[in-house]
Design a protein around this ligand. Structure first.
Ligand code: HEM
Length: 526
């Protein structure tokens, strides 16, 4: 057979092969719970119509919530995006999500290590599974013990006063609009970097690292929002990300070597506190004394990078959203300030002193904690995707058996957080719901996910946010700089956009972040 006739044959057979695959595939969805399904399009057209409701780059979870509410789906539904996306099984009830995170720890879906690994390294905890995950978890988790967190409280207070307050004061003096995301990022990175690698980075190293992390996040956004991305732009972003990763790896490699030498030479100074990196080096030294081999150094680099990038992005996003919500809710702002005066002091210097002598007092900031929780309910920054273990084909839920093999299983926190049966009037910002005991079911609030793979940094993030709020909101009134409130809501599940325009819809990046860099103005509070 000549090459030409082979080509003819291929061209002739391809549509038949495609048609057979299409029929086989679409049939799989026949009896499954799902939104309206087309034999030709599956859910492709429906999904694209939902995407069109929202501004560009909207976070994926917003689409799942829209579909769940619009088609009144309960518990579990399926999405058929073949041939452009993996088959998806979306869990939208707390107890359904718990089946894959708490009751059993399902492995990560293959897309997660591929995506996270390409950004942070495939030896990082968020990209690892099975024995590798267990080993890394044992090495990293001790760095998040309560004693390590206590160590971070004075650091958080000091950095807030040193970095954040002067920046906000300068903007309040000029009245100019600025990106809260950029300013908050400087603060949060300086705190997280101390917790993760210890000591302090020089100003130059810190700004270089923040620049490089932004290149990584920029690339993450370009692959997360695949549609409409110009391939040249995408390649440029990939190239910049590659160089950024090389620079970070290079910097961390020599940083780690110096720290390792300090440990093995017996001159490591623990009076400044023990960072997560120090915990990891000690653990590696105890298992395998002597020089670290290259693969152990890469494990350290990948995980330090993952903690810096993951911890800093999500916490910055959340801080921005808290400020945004406070700017729209003066009554909440007044109450949070009252709590700060009552539990600590109306005076900032006195507050800092109390924080130093009685750090545990932050646990009395119940309303502040409720404000943080309510913000995380409306704007959960993380996303998780799982798959079944080999040999397990179904997920059992409420006595029913759901086909689960080959599915991307998504415990959809956003949809759960907007379920009116779990959170009445879900789109209203109501911190009070977290003050009444047992009003929010334990498994329903899950911005840090739940189970063995839940966020290791959750206590750290909550404590950081409490302290930053305690030391800032008394001094400033906040306003969002570019808001065009909508006259009609974009989506059936929320009317938040009638108040805050498109800021209501998180933007897709590595985490789901505030739109447009969270442009704000601040004035001095009277
Ligand atoms: C408000 C801030 C934060 C949010 C909303 C958040 C959310 C999340 C979520 C949803 C996960 C995924 C869990 C899963 O796949 O099931 C996660 C994992 C993780 N987070 Fe966070 N996170 C935050 C802050 C931090 C901080 C400050 C750190 C550390 C510096 C951190 C370290 C981690 C780690 C190491 C994992 C991986 C855990 C594992 O795979 O075992 N996070 N986070």
């Amino acid at each position: 057979m000549t090459i030409v006739s082979l080509l003819y044959l291929l061209v002739g057979v391809s549509p038949i092969w495609f048609g057979v695959r299409l029929i086989q595939h679409r049939r799989l969805y026949k009896d499954l719970p799902k939104p309206p399904h087309s034999f030709l399009w599956g859910h492709l057209k429906l999904f694209s119509d939902v995407m069109k409701l929202f501004p560009s780059n909207t976070a994926l979870s917003v689409f799942y919530t829209t579909i769940a509410r619009k088609y009144e789906l309960r518990d579990i539904f399926y999405l058929d995006l073949w041939p452009f996306g993996p088959p998806q099984m979306v869990l939208i009830a707390p107890n359904a999500a718990d089946q894959v995170t708490v009751v059993k720890t399902y492995p990560l879906h293959d897309e997660v290590p591929r995506f996270v690994g390409s950004l942070l390294g495939d030896k990082s905890l968020p990209a690892a599974d099975g024995e590798m995950w267990k080993k890394l978890h044992r090495m990293i988790a001790p760095g998040f013990r309560p004693s390590s967190l206590r160590q971070m409280m004075p650091v958080t207070a000091e950095q807030t006063v040193k970095i954040f307050l002067p920046a906000l004061t300068a903007y309040a003096s000029t009245g100019e609009a600025f990106s809260m995301e950029k300013v908050a990022a400087q603060l949060i990175f300086s705190i997280i970097s101390k917790m993760v690698i210890g000591g302090s980075l020089s100003k130059q190293n810190q700004s270089q690292m923040l620049y490089d992390i932004d290149r990584i996040l920029d690339y993450a956004q370009s692959i997360a929002v695949a549609s409409g991305t110009n391939p040249v732009k995408r390649w440029t972003k990939w190239w910049r990300k590659r160089q950024a990763v090389q620079r970070i790896d290079h910097f961390l490699c020599s940083f780690i070597e110096k720290r390792r030498l300090a440990h093995s030479g017996g001159y490591f100074d623990s009076s400044q506190g023990t960072s997560i990196l120090d915990h990891m080096i000690s653990e590696m030294n105890s298992q395998n004394p002597g020089k670290l081999d290259m693969s152990s150094v890469q494990v350290l680099i990948d995980n330090i990078k993952a903690l810096l990038v993951g911890g800093y992005g999500t916490t910055t996003d959340t801080l921005c959203f808290i400020f945004i919500m406070l700017s729209f809710h003066p009554n909440v702002m007044a109450r949070i300030r009252r709590e700060h005066s009552q539990v600590f002091s109306a005076d900032l210097v006195k507050t800092q002193e109390i924080l130093q002598t009685t750090p545990n007092k932050t646990t009395e900031l119940l309303y502040t904690t409720a404000v943080i929780k309510e913000t995380l309910r409306l704007f959960p920054a993380g996303f998780s995707a799982r798959k079944t273990k080999p040999g397990i084909d179904t997920l059992q839920y409420k006595g029913k058996s759901y086909p689960a093999s080959n599915q991307m299983i998504i415990p959809c926190t956003h949809a759960i957080h907007f379920d009116p049966e779990v959170f009445p009037q879900p789109s209203s910002f109501d911190p009070e719901r977290f003050l009444e005991p047992n009003k929010v079911p334990r498994d329903a609030w899950r911005p840090f996910e739940r189970g063995a793979r839940a966020c290791l940094g959750q206590e750290l993030a909550m404590e950081e946010l409490r302290i930053v709020l305690l030391l800032t909101v008394r001094n400033f009134d906040l306003e969002c700089a570019t808001v065009e409130a909508r006259k009609m809501p974009r989506a059936p599940f929320t009317d938040l956009d009638l108040l805050m325009g498109d800021l209501a819809f998180q933007e897709m990046a590595l985490s789901a972040k505030p739109r447009g860099g969270a442009m704000m103005k601040v004035t001095f509070a009277i």
